[in-house]
Ligand binder design. Structure first.
Ligand code: PNS
Length: 161
């Protein structure tokens, strides 16, 4: 049986913390589907297509990774893909409460929808897409926290006029 893992997220933009989670998750599944989803609490700065393009560039050296997007419910996507687990990164205890709620709700929506949590390397524990965007918007240096193509895209997006 091919074991498919699904790593969903906003990825607006993908950070080195996300990449760390992807690298850990590829070891656990025959195929890892990295899927850009819609978080109704967030207003993204990059389009779904741009976020997919960033992820594809970043995951180019990982042959078992497939990058895609989904517009509906995560639990539905898991069912359609036949994924054995949803992968989510946990940076700190503060992430846990929300993640726990989502994981249990997803299992309520689809009984076989299991979520596994991977801890990125501690050097990424303070990295979030939201903070990265804030720094980039103010022309701070984010090069240590995001893959190079994302750094370029952010610089372009927030270029001084
Ligand atoms: O990177 P994020 O913003 O934490 O990712 C959140 C995401 C996109 C995985 C989550 O909002 C999601 O699953 N959206 C799809 C809609 C859905 O299923 N909502 C109910 C979740 S319990």
């Amino acid at each position: 049986m091919r074991r498919i893992g699904l790593y969903p997220g906003s990825f607006d933009p993908v950070t080195n913390g996300h990449v760390d989670v992807i690298r850990r998750a590829v070891r656990l599944f025959d195929e890892l589907v990295v899927a850009v989803g819609r978080n109704s609490l967030k207003e993204p700065i990059f389009t779904v297509e741009e976020r997919i393009a960033h992820l594809r560039e970043v995951c180019a050296g990982l042959p078992t990774v497939r990058v895609t997007s989904f517009a509906g419910l995560l639990a539905e996507e898991v069912r359609e893909l036949g994924a054995v687990a949803v992968v989510r990164g946990l940076r700190a205890v503060s992430d846990f409460e929300w993640e726990f709620q989502m994981a249990l709700m997803n299992r309520e929506l689809s009984a076989t929808c299991e979520t596994i949590f991977l801890m990125p390397s501690p050097e990424y524990s303070f990295v979030s897409s939201t903070i990265i965007k804030d720094i980039a918007r103010l022309h701070g240096d984010i090069s240590a926290f995001v893959p190079a193509p994302v750094g370029r895209a952010l610089a372009e997006r927030f270029a001084r006029s």
